[in-house]
Design a protein around this ligand. Structure first.
Ligand code: ATP
Length: 192
């Protein structure tokens, strides 16, 4: 039975921080593959303006194209509604027995506000990316206790910074894969 990871996010755009971290998680958790899951609308970023779902998905596809153990799914995008993790997990549980849900360090401390957090815990392992630079844990609830913290490399790259740099006509090479960089310029993203 395959062990998969689901790595959700906005991915606007996907960058090397995501890729390097996902590679570490795959190794540490001994996963067969990781499915990158771009949200149609993230419940936590409902008021933020994101690039079109199609652009975000296209960038993921070209970034992951040649990596056999990374895939992306258009499941949440196809739902065309707010992307709640529990709904996605219920769907993927039909096909995969063991699911690692990969979330960022900050997310675990807000986890109690997610939709049906106890059900999420029943359907998946919560894997928290604990970067070496992460601040210490000073909040504990049952979700923090149940989570599995994995020590990943600290790669200080954020999509916000990339968007800001493109907007300011600063280079973004080394921050994103070359084909993603080309896609951003070709489609004139992040200029508005
Ligand atoms: P933004 O700057 O737009 O908020 P982001 O770079 O944090 O975006 P997301 O798409 O929100 O990217 O990230 C998806 C997941 O990846 C989140 O759980 C986030 O915590 C995690 N993540 C993002 N950047 C890194 C990084 N450099 N290292 C490790 N995890 C990261």
């Amino acid at each position: 039975m395959s062990r998969i990871g689901i790595f959700g996010g906005t991915f606007d755009p996907i960058h090397h921080g995501h890729l390097i971290t996902a590679q570490s998680v795959k190794e540490i958790r001994n996963l067969d593959k990781i499915i990158f899951m771009p949200a149609y609308i993230s419940p936590h970023k409902q008021h933020a303006k994101a690039s079109s779902a199609q652009h975000r998905l296209n960038m993921l596809k070209i970034a992951l194209d040649e990596i056999p153990f990374f895939e992306c799914s258009d499941y949440e995008i196809k739902q065309q509604t707010i992307s709640y993790t529990i709904d996605t997990l219920r769907e993927f549980k039909k096909y995969f027995d063991k699911i690692d849900l990969i979330i960022g360090y900050d997310n675990i401390f807000q986890f109690h506000t997610w939709k049906e957090p106890d059900e999420i815990l029943k359907l998946s392992n919560i894997i928290v990316l604990r970067r070496k630079s992460s601040y210490p844990i000073d909040y504990i609830d049952k979700y923090v206790e149940a989570a599995i913290f994995v020590q990943t490399r600290a790669i200080e790259i954020s999509a916000t910074d990339i968007r800001n740099r493109v907007h300011a006509n600063l280079p973004i090479h080394y921050l994103v894969p070359k084909n993603v960089e080309d896609y951003i310029y070709k489609n004139n993203l992040y200029k508005e």
